[in-house]
Write a protein that binds this ligand. Sequence first.
Ligand SMILES: [Zn+2]
Length: 168
Amino acid sequence: MRRSWLLYSLRNNAVVCFACKLFSSKARKLTTEGHSDWSNINSSLRGHECSPDHTQSLLQLRELDIHLKKNLTIDHQELTLLEAEEERWCNVLKHLISITLSLASRNLSFRGSSQVLHVQDNGNFLKEVELLAQFDPMNHLTKIKDESSCMHYLGQQTQNELMQIIST
Ligand SMILES: [Zn+2]
């Protein structure tokens, strides 16, 4: 009988049930340091594989295997969300660099007397941000309404850093 759940530990010179080690909350020799009583190994393994706890662990392992093959694990979903977030922030950065280059190439001032979006006198940089946001409804910039610009990487410090990085 092939036991795909059984692993041999060279270091401990013992066998371990991989499924129970992952999913079982019961601490047994087969799930902790491993079973190394070789004279009774057959009866021990037969007893273990008939236990309800092992059956449950094996089902969970097979379910995990199926989900991994179909990319349905939480890790995969988290990774997809992370990649979408990364792409969104790259787009925000591209917009901010374009605005910085556009204003700098025309020798226009960046700031006004206010650092808040959607108010008079908030300067050319934030006015350009507001303008671009109208044409990109999925962008970070449209999500900002009346809050301070420095809360969303649009403030003076970010503008200075962008100019510094672009100039070097
Ligand atoms: Zn087991």
